[in-house]
Design a protein around this ligand. Structure first.
Ligand code: NAP
Ligand code: ZN
Length: 348
């Protein structure tokens, strides 16, 4: 099937319209007309080749909501017309222990990412949600709870699951003390989800600017990370800190804020870290951990959780043609708090 998307042709060129063939429908495939696509900072990192593994042309986008337009002969879960979603993965081996336990993100053969990954059969590079269509195998297609406003659902597929997963892994619930470093797309979802789980939530931001927004999201406290007095007063407070900062930075100042046995879960920065001082780690048996997205089972659980509590991101709707301007604003942390591309309102 021929489709059109927006692609970056190189690290320093703007995204432009680009036509290509989606793979032909296999028996277990679902063809989706994309209605909405969220704009994740990972899309920007990939378009600019910040991580060094981008294959051009690249069509980013891994927060996808759409409508089923065709299904393969073996598809049983979805039918034409259903509203569905696709996140950061579109395939995995389906046979290793991690795929069996529903954590395909740790597939021993490596998950196939929604964009910039070789297809497991054809080796063609996958193309993501900044497009009119995508073809995905049934197991990686998610159900959208009918109660949710479809235009706002897309960011749950990456920002939502990437923060839901560590909150669940580290057993956040009523009484937990959670800190969120960086209030952007991921950060503001971490706040909403942790609040819904009953935690006491503190936003750690670089400046005053987002204090009111944090309070509007029902965060309990707001801390400016450069305010050393306020940071000292917050010592030994948190069970879990989720760090969403997208660039290389020193995590040392956050360790004294953890309780004994507390954990910093890094989800933001990808790549070599800044040097860190082990002293506050040793002194509190504190841990530094990483986390990446979540499995399909957990992603569906997150969508259902959001459906039950009506949790949705704060979004700014844009057209596909505005993506380059949106990337510039994303780079400056000037988004409230996730861009969503409305494909039907776009002209390309
Ligand atoms: P985002 O919307 O740009 O938010 C990042 C936030 O971090 C900003 O709003 C800002 O918050 C803070 N920040 C930005 N630049 C900073 C700097 N130079 N120093 C300190 N803080 C800074 O990005 P996002 O979409 O949430 O993504 C965040 C990171 O997570 C990206 O690197 C992305 O690639 C990664 N990611 C990882 C996974 C995973 O599975 N692990 C999944 C998705 C995304 P304040 O203004 O409040 O300080
Ligand atoms: Zn993402």
């Amino acid at each position: 099937m021929q489709t059109t998307g927006y692609a970056a042709q190189s690290a320093d060129s703007p995204l432009k319209p680009y036509s290509y063939d989606c793979r032909s429908l296999r028996d277990e495939d679902v063809a989706i007309e994309i209605l909405y696509s969220g704009v994740c900072h990972s899309d920007l990192h990939t378009a600019r080749n910040d991580w060094g593994w981008t294959v051009y042309p690249t069509v980013p986008g891994h927060e996808i909501v759409g409508r089923v337009i065709e299904v393969g002969s073996k598809v049983s879960k979805y039918k034409v017309g259903d509203h569905v979603a696709v996140g950061c993965m579109v395939d995995s081996c389906q046979e290793c222990q991690h795929c069996h336990s529903g954590e395909e993100q740790f597939c021993e053969e490596g998950m196939t990412q929604t964009y910039n990954s070789p297809d497991r059969i054809t080796q063609e590079i996958t193309k993501g949600g900044y497009a009119k269509h995508v073809v995905v195998r049934e197991e990686f297609v998610l159900e959208v709870p009918a109660s949710l406003d479809l235009a706002k659902v897309a960011p749950l597929l990456c920002a939502g699951i990437t923060t839901y997963s560590p909150l669940r892994t580290w057993d956040v619930g009523p009484g937990s003390k959670v800190g969120v470093v960086g209030m952007g797309g991921l950060g503001h979802m971490a706040v909403k989800l942790a609040v819904a789980m009953g935690a006491h939530v503190t936003v750690l931001s670089r400046s005053e600017g987002k204090r009111q927004d944090a309070m509007d999201l029902n965060a309990d406290a707001f801390l400016i990370s450069s305010d050393s007095d306020a940071m000292a007063q917050a010592a030994n407070h948190f069970d879990l800190i989720i760090d969403t900062v997208p660039v290389k930075h020193d995590v040392t100042p956050y360790f004294p804020l953890l309780k004994v046995d507390g954990t910093i879960a890094l989800v933001g920065q990808v790549g070599p870290m800044a040097e860190l001082n082990s002293v506050p780690m040793l002194l509190g048996r504190r841990r530094l951990a990483g986390s990446i997205i979540g499995g399909i089972k957990e992603t569906q659980e997150m969508l259902d959780f959001c459906g039950r509590f009506n949790i949705l991101p704060e979004v700014e709707m844009i057209k596909m043609e505005q993506i380059n301007e949106a990337f510039e604003r994303l780079e400056k942390a000037d988004v409230h708090y996730r861009f969503v591309i409305d494909m039907q309102a776009s002209n390309f």
